[in-house]
Structures are given as C-alpha cells and as structure tokens.
Design a protein around this ligand. Structure first.
Ligand code: GLY
Length: 353
C-alpha cells in the first residue's frame, strides 16, 4: 500500500516536471522567437504622455518594469492632475497622503506604499519594496523611513493650487459624500514587454478630503492591480472601498486565465460586482477597469459614463479612448477627438475659482 503511494507520488512529480518543462519551452520559444508583441494600457487620459514614454522604451526592447515606472512617474510629476502625485488633493487635515503599488508578473513580486507623505515618486518606492521578501508593503511613517534610507527624492507634494481646492471645499458643504471626482482618479497601468514580462502599477492621492490614514484599493494587491505574465494583468480605478469588495483586478486575471478575452473579463467583473453591490447594499460606487493579456489583447469596462483610457501596442498606435457603457453592460470605445483632448487639458489647467 505504502509502496503504491510512493510510486504515485513519484509519478506525479515526474508529470509535473514534464509539464513545467513544456511550459518553459513554450515560453522561451515565444520570448526568443518571432512573437515580439508589446503593449501598455492605462486608466484615464492623464496617463497618455507617460504611456507614450513607456511605449518608446518597450518598442526599443525595454523592460516592462522600467517602462511602467517611467510612465507612472510622468503622471506623478505633472502638477495639474489632482489625484496623483505632485498636485494631488489633500486629506481633511490638508496633507497629501499617497498610495502606490508595483507588481512583477514574472516573479509575482509585489511592493506597495500607503499614506506616504513628502516623497516625489511613490511608485518608485513601491517598486523598490517589491524586491523585498518581507516588509514589502509599508504605510505612512514606515514607508517614509524606508524611502529616506533608500535615498528617494523628498518633496512637499502640496501645491498652492491643491490648497486653493481645499479652501474652496471647506467653504462648501463638508457633509457632501466623498466620491471620485469626474475625470480624475487613480492612474493604473498594465504593461507587456517584448520578452513576455508583464507588470502592473498604480499611483493615487486617493479621495479628496479622506480621513488621515485612509487607504483605498490602489496599493492593495488583487484590488487595485494584479499581473501574472502567464496570463495578463489588470488595474482598477474608482471608489476604492467598493473595488476592494470584489478583489476586482485579480478577478479579471482569473477570468482571463479561464480563457476569456480581456474585454469579456473586464465587462463580466464590473457587471457582477456592480450587481452584487446594488443587490446587497442598494448602491455601487464608480468601478472602472483596464486589462491586457500576454498576447497584447486589451479590454476595459466601467459602470460610469466618462471613463477614458490610453492604450498602445506593437500593432496599435497610442490612442485615448472614451469608454461608453451600453445598457446591457457591454462597453464600446470611441477615439477621443482633438476637441475633447484640448478641452480636457484646458479644464485641468483652468484657474481655481
Ligand atoms: N481608487 C482610488 C481610491 O479609492 O483611493
């Protein structure tokens, strides 16, 4: 009996080893062979300039980790985006607390920071943390201490413009419910390089007027982001408190693993969570998603009107799309017109009244 069991175990080990070898050979062939697909997809139009930079790196054979970090830093550094990095809107104590994350889809390494203050590029701190085996998710003072020790750039992230928005908001009704503000939210990206490596990353200042210490979905693996180079990656934007209830980015990757196209996976994940939240709680917050699979096929879905995204692949030039949710839950995509793009920037840079 015992001898039988041992034989079975040895057989299982041999079969698993054989399967692993086949998988590895297929992957190596894809990486060395003619399949040189690369791509990047990101939430919101604000990501476009960063995605353009990242795409240049990917086209030249660059690494998906370097490309996604460069792309997100570009958004973090732009002072007119009110929900990411420098210029991000503060919490109710007028402090800019930032959340960011990075995931390597080859190794499944994850790094994240939450409620970090006074550092210029939280995504870079998150990426650095992803190389740690333990202590790879740090919050507040712990994250700042790590960033200081590692020599990351310190910066006061509260701009005069953000202060003006804060003062204006204080004068308005403070009881108004907190929600993501139109056209501005987390930047979340998924990236595929020519070697077949996939990454995902996020960065956000979270909800304007949030409580000190509030953490949204963006630094939470599986909720704000997920990447697995064997399958694909996803990233979310919207109301963190609700996105977390469905571990929605992991759910999209799980659905892709079952064989769904990224578009079907995104639509299914958004529709299911939206319906569950409405049925159980009477309402659902904003839920939007982008995803790309290991072949560079992409998808996006949303339960709001006005969600935009930026995408580029080896086969498709950088395009900003406006996602339109149909009544049946399917999404259609319209290329953003020049007027829309100009108006977007004009609105972002308009004086605070
Ligand atoms: N989705 C960003 C946040 O809720 O903080």
């Amino acid at each position: 009996m015992r001898a039988h069991r041992e034989k079975d175990v040895q057989k299982k080990i041999r079969i698993e080893g054989y399967m692993e070898n086949i998988e590895k050979t297929v992957k190596d062939e894809q990486r060395e062979g003619g399949d040189r697909m690369w791509g990047m997809i990101a939430t919101w139009r604000m990501a476009a300039e960063g995605v353009e930079k990242g795409a240049g790196m990917l086209k030249a054979g660059g690494d998906a980790g370097d490309a996604i970090e460069t792309a997100i830093r570009e958004v973090e550094d732009f002072p007119y985006y009110k929900s990411v990095g420098y210029g991000g809107l503060p919490n109710e104590e007028m402090e800019v607390e930032l959340d960011a994350a990075y995931m390597d889809g080859d190794t499944l390494d994850i790094g994240a920071v939450a409620a970090i203050k006074d550092y210029a590029n939280p995504v870079s701190v998150a990426r650095r943390l992803s190389r740690e085996n333990v202590n790879c998710v740090l919050v507040a003072e712990g994250a700042e201490k790590f960033a200081h020790k590692e020599g990351f750039e310190r910066k006061n992230m509260l701009t005069d413009r953000a202060k003006a928005f804060y003062r204006k908001r204080v004068q308005q009704d403070r009881a108004e419910e907190l929600k993501p503000y139109a056209g501005h939210d987390t930047v979340g990206m998924v990236c595929l390089d020519q070697a077949g490596k996939m990454t995902a990353a996020t960065s956000t200042s979270g909800l304007f007027m949030k409580k000190k210490g509030r953490v949204g979905d963006s630094p939470i693996a599986g909720s704000g982001f997920y990447a697995d180079s064997k399958v694909g990656g996803a990233s979310a934007t919207g109301l963190g408190e609700d996105l977390m209830k469905g571990c929605i980015s992991y759910e999209v990757v799980r659905l892709m693993k079952e064989g769904l196209h990224p578009q079907e996976a995104c639509e299914k994940a958004v529709e299911r969570l939206d319906a569950e939240l409405k049925a159980r709680r009477g309402a659902a917050g904003d839920l939007s998603l982008v995803a790309m699979d290991r072949e560079g096929r992409w998808g996006a879905a949303t339960n709001i009107q006005g969600f935009s995204l930026a995408v580029v692949t080896e086969a498709e030039e950088l395009t900003v799309y406006l996602a339109k949710r149909q009544e049946d839950g399917h999404c259609t995509f319209e290329k953003a017109s020049k007027e829309w793009m100009d108006d977007y920037m004009r609105t972002r840079m308009a004086p605070v009244e």
